[in-house]
Design a protein around this ligand. Structure first.
Ligand code: ZN
Length: 69
């Protein structure tokens, strides 16, 4: 089992765009025009429903310190 460097943020804190991989899952940066790293498909259960996530993150260093609207 591979341990990744960083766990995903709690599902409840992720936006729809973050769940789809449109925005960085860690810092919310839109990834449309940026290099990104695919973190692989994840499954989570929310309100009794199984959700499929496709999280991605910035290929470069993330902005740290939270969601930064
Ligand atoms: Zn990021």
């Amino acid at each position: 089992m591979t341990v990744t460097a960083r766990p995903l943020p709690p599902l409840a804190t992720l936006t729809d765009a973050q769940r789809r991989g449109a925005d960085c899952v860690f810092c919310s940066t839109p990834l449309r025009n940026r290099a990104s790293v695919d973190l692989g498909m994840r499954r989570r259960t929310e309100h009794g429903q199984v959700l499929t996530l496709h999280p991605r993150r910035c290929a470069a260093a993330c902005r740290t310190g939270g969601a930064g609207e």
